[in-house]
Structure formats: C-alpha cells, structure tokens
Design a protein around this ligand. Structure first.
Ligand code: ARG
Length: 568
C-alpha cells in the first residue's frame, strides 16, 4: 500500500526517488489521521513554499484511486484513508505469500557475528546468556534479509590463565573430580591457585612456565589444556542445545595463536608499534584513547593481539560486509582500540565494517537464584528453573496433555520465557530478572505471545477444512472492516518494516515489542469477532486473518530464537 501511495506522489514531487518517498510515508498515531501520511517539511526547502501549501497542492492534484477512501490534509501532512476492504485484501494477499517479511537486501553479502564466546574453565553466566540470545537473534534477522551469516564463537581458550590452571590441577586436582564436576571443579582449583599464590609467589613462575610450554607446543601441556576445553565445551554445548542454538565456527582465541607473529610484523611494517617499558603498543593518543597493548614485556601476545589476527583472518576468509561483536559495555574501549588499529593499517572498511554491539547488565534484584557453590550463578540453572516453573503452570492449566507434551512445552516455553525477557528491552538497558514476571502468561512476556500462538492453533484446529477455505481467491474482504480487524491487519502489514528497523539498529527488542503488539491486536480481534460462525464468508475471512497472525507470530518468535508449541 505504501508503494502504491508513493507511486501516486511520485510525479507530484520533483527531485525525489520513489524509495525516498516510501521511507517518508508514516503510519499516523491516530485513526482520525488516516492510515498513511506524507509529511511535506522536506519539500518546503526545495520548492520554496510553506509546507502546508505544498500539502494542499499535492492533495488537490491527486486523482483518488479505488483503493483509497479519501485524501485530506492536516497541517503539513497529506493524509490517506485507505478503502478498508481493499486494504484487507492487500495485506492478506501479501501475508499469505511464503516469503512475507523476507527480502533480498543482503543477497551476496556476508555478515560475521562474534557472540556468546564464553571462557573455557569458567562458568557460563547470565552475561553470556545475553550475548548468546542477542547474537542468535541478529543471526536470524540478517538471514531473513538475505545475508549469509557466519556465526562465530570466539571462545576464551588461550592465555596465561591456562598455565595457572595446569599448576592448580597438578597440585590440587584429580581426574575423577574434574570428570565428575566439570567446570565447577576447574573453577574451584583456579580460585585455590590464587589463594595459594598469595602465600607462595613461586607458583606464578611455575604457571608462566607452563603457559610458555603451551606456546612452544609441549605435548603434555597441550594435552591437559585440550582436555579442559573438551570438558568446558561439553557444558557449553549442553546449554546451546537446551536453547536450540548452534554455531558455524567454534574458533576460539587459540585458533589465532600462530597468526599473532604476522600481526606484529604487519604493524611493524606500517611503523605503528612503539616500545614501552619492554612491551609493544600502538599509540592512540591522537584519537583520545589509551594505547593498544600488542606484545607484553615477556614477549607473549594478548587478547587484543588475537582479536587483530581474527579480524584479518575473517576479512580474508569470509570477505564480510560487517563483522559484529556482541559483548558487554565494559569491552567498549577494547574494541574501539582494536578497530582503530585495523583502520590505521589502511583498511577503510574498518569504519563501517566493524561494529561493537554492547548490552547492559542483568540485575538480579532480590531474586533468589539457585547457585551450585559460592555466589556463582550458572545460566544453565536459570534455564532449568524456568522450565520447572513453566512445567508447573502447564500442569495446572492443561492437565490433559500427555507427559511428553508437557515436557516439550515446558522446555520451549521455559527457555523462551528467559530469552524473551532478555530481548524485550533495548539491549543497552539493564535487564531486571523477576521470576513472577518472566513466567507470567499475561503482560509483555514470551509465554503470553506463545499462548496467543497456541490459541490461534486451537481456533484453526476446530474449523474443518480451513486451509482450503483460505487458499481460495474469493475471500469476502468486506467483512474485515471493523476497528479490531483493521488494527490487526495494520500490525500484520508492519512485519517487513519491523525486521528492517531491527536490523538497522541491531535491536532484537524491536521484534520482541512487535510480537507483543501483534498478540494484543489479535486478542482484541478475537474478543470482538467470533471466528467459528455459520456464515461461510465471515468464517473464511476471519480464519484467514487467524492463519496469517499465527504465522507471523511464529516467524517473529523465530527471529528471537524462540519456538512455539501447539498446546500449552
Ligand atoms: N571471551 C570474552 C568474554 O567472555 C568475549 C569474547 C568476545 N569476542 C572477541 N572477539 N573478543 O568476555
């Protein structure tokens, strides 16, 4: 519809591309102002006339087509009122298409997303949960727009901490305990190392020696280190599986360990390295930033060096249009430094091509969360608790489901509830964690949207042969002109624009909010309109609306990395 209206405006406004006109057209906040509005402020400059006058002239010169009810002006706006029957037909026809919401904007382009990236031998905590769900949602959003997306897990699996861990393991660990308790045990002995090293600083030298052995390819050292990785990955992958998520590459920091010498060489060739107390740095004072440390005074590489190597490798291997980094705000400076160094190497693409996507903290408030030991909160425990809580609610609401159906629904809705809570607010804001809200079937929650989906499914299940009825091209669209139906159709029509908006802002919350708006619009539609009525034309048309709502709800949740169940 927007395109049609833009087409009408095209020859009335000079010097404007169709694309620009489409982008300017708004959906007014109140129905009294019509369904679409075209603001004339921008034209005022070019046409050297008051915007109100331009609006009036445009309005007078357009010959009203059948699909519009009327065209009027309101101040500097030209307001378009669509013919409701025509609008319903337009929305339903496009929404019935399998590709509704998709686009090919990203065709032939690759986006790398570096996210989740937990640290080996450390617990997967709530912060990692955030990067995981944000990164996964961005993957879905960009894929829907036709981009090829490489999902990269940049595990923290290299660095001096592994020297410490080997010393700790040799002194206070046992194979059985690590096998039995996994990361929990690795964390215990790591903490022990620090306590002991306070009393006995020689342990630090031992740790350095073991990391040196790792760096020089010592078989024993690498074998123990690899085992720590396997133990950790087993736990991480269990969480990913629970959440239904996957990666294309588990290329952690260690993957780049043999490429850091090249980084140092390239930086040297470009005269970018300066010596500083035995270390090598890139001076960034000209850009108001602390220097980027590249080689430590003991000659070893660090986190930043491996990130520099990773960028060069990824550019060469994937030739990305953009490489996104989803981490907490505390890494803002790190990425600003690394991106600047890449730019100083003469890579112009670094300016738009490398993007840090920060997010806020999870504030647990007064919530009691189960902990396995100390104050450490494991993401896996949170997910499991959510599943248990939802299982209880489903038991109560829907006792007739089979045990298997209940388990399946509890997993999908429980995990979805946590993900949704994480994605509903702008990512930069802190997320508050309140069980009562997260697992509620009402309000702005995942379970509410999933419940609305299941409601659509249940409505359609009870109407025999509905699929045939809605596939026919002779639906009676004139029965969809009441306020609730029009509102719902408007929500549905926004889907594509919502995805584009979310991708431009790297904001899954845009989709999450849309999912709630759509669910609410459907529930209002359902309150006002009975669907399983006797009149066939009315029933079929309302069935079609229910059918596309159900699909768009499912697609929206999918873009957030959340599944759906038919009964819950
Ligand atoms: N392992 C890091 C952490 O847990 C995140 C890594 C982010 N990615 C990167 N390329 N630096 O904080």
């Amino acid at each position: 519809m927007k395109e049609k209206i833009a087409g009408l405006l095209k020859d009335k406004v000079t010097d404007m591309e169709l694309e620009d006109i489409i982008n300017l057209i708004e959906q007014p906040p109140k129905p009294e102002l019509g369904d679409f509005a075209f603001p004339c402020f921008r034209l005022a400059k070019v046409m050297r006339k008051a915007p109100q006058m331009i609006a009036q002239e445009i309005c007078d010169s357009i010959e009203k087509p059948d699909y519009l009810e009327k065209i009027v002006t309101e101040g500097a706006y030209v307001n378009f009122f669509t013919n409701k029957t025509f609008f319903a037909k337009d929305v339903i026809t496009s929404a019935l298409d399998d590709n509704f919401g998709s686009s090919d904007e990203g065709k032939g382009q690759t986006i790398c997303i570096d996210y989740s990236s937990p640290n080996v031998a450390k617990n997967f905590h709530v912060g990692h949960l955030r990067t995981t769900v944000i990164g996964n949602s961005l993957y879905k959003i960009f894929s829907k727009l036709g981009y090829n997306v490489e999902r990269i897990n940049h595990l923290g699996d290299w660095g001096t901490q592994f020297g410490k861990l080997i010393v700790a393991y040799k002194n206070w660990g046992s194979e059985e305990a690590v096998k039995e308790k996994g990361i929990e045990e690795l964390m215990r002995i790591y903490v022990l190392f620090h306590e002991e090293a306070e009393k006995n600083p020689e342990l630090e030298d031992e740790a350095r020696a073991w990391f040196h052995k790792m760096e020089t390819g010592d078989e024993e050292a690498l074998k123990i280190w690899e085992w720590f990785i396997d133990i950790s990955l087993e736990e991480f992958k269990r969480i990913y599986k629970l959440m239904g998520m996957d990666f294309d590459h588990f290329t952690g920091e260690s993957f780049y360990r043999n490429m850091t010498d090249d980084v140092v060489k390239t930086l040297t060739d470009h005269n970018l390295l300066t010596d500083s107390e035995g270390a090598k740095i890139v001076d960034l004072s000209e850009y108001d930033m602390a220097p980027c440390l590249v080689v430590k005074n003991d000659g070893s590489s660090i986190y930043a060096t491996r990130d520099l190597a990773a960028i060069m490798y990824r550019k060469k291997t994937y030739n990305f249009t953009k490489c996104l980094y989803v981490t907490g705000q505390e890494q803002k400076l790190h990425f600003a430094q690394v991106f600047k160094v890449i730019e100083l190497l003469g890579n112009d693409w670094a300016k738009d091509g490398l993007v840090h996507i920060p997010y806020g903290l999870v504030s647990l408030g007064g919530e009691k969360l189960s902990t396995r030991g100390g104050n450490v909160i494991y993401a896996e425990d949170i997910l499991k608790e959510a599943i248990n809580k939802i299982r209880e609610i489903i038991e109560e609401k829907n006792p007739d489901l089979s045990a298997q159906e209940k388990d399946e629904a509890a997993r999908i809705v429980g995990v979805g509830a946590v993900i949704f809570n994480d994605l509903y607010n702008q990512r930069i804001k802190d997320v508050s964690f309140k069980w009562e809200h997260i697992t509620s079937f009402e309000g702005e929650t995942g379970p509410y949207v999933q419940y609305t989906y299941a409601r659509c499914s249940s409505i359609l299940r009870n109407i025999p042969d509905y699929e045939n009825a809605i596939n026919s091209s002779d639906l009676d669209y004139s029965v969809l002109t009441d306020a609730a139906s029009v509102d719902l159709l408007k929500e549905i029509s926004r889907f594509g624009a919502v995805i584009t908006d979310a991708s431009e802002k790297f904001e899954p919350s845009v989709v999450a909010r849309y999912a709630v708006d759509l669910a609410q619009a459907f529930n209002r539609f359902y309150t006002d309109n009975r669907i399983a009525v006797d009149e066939e034309n009315v029933r079929n048309a309302r069935c079609a609306v229910t059918y596309i709502t159900r699909r768009v709800l499912k697609d929206s949740l999918d873009l957030l990395g959340i599944g759906c169940v038919e009964r819950m």
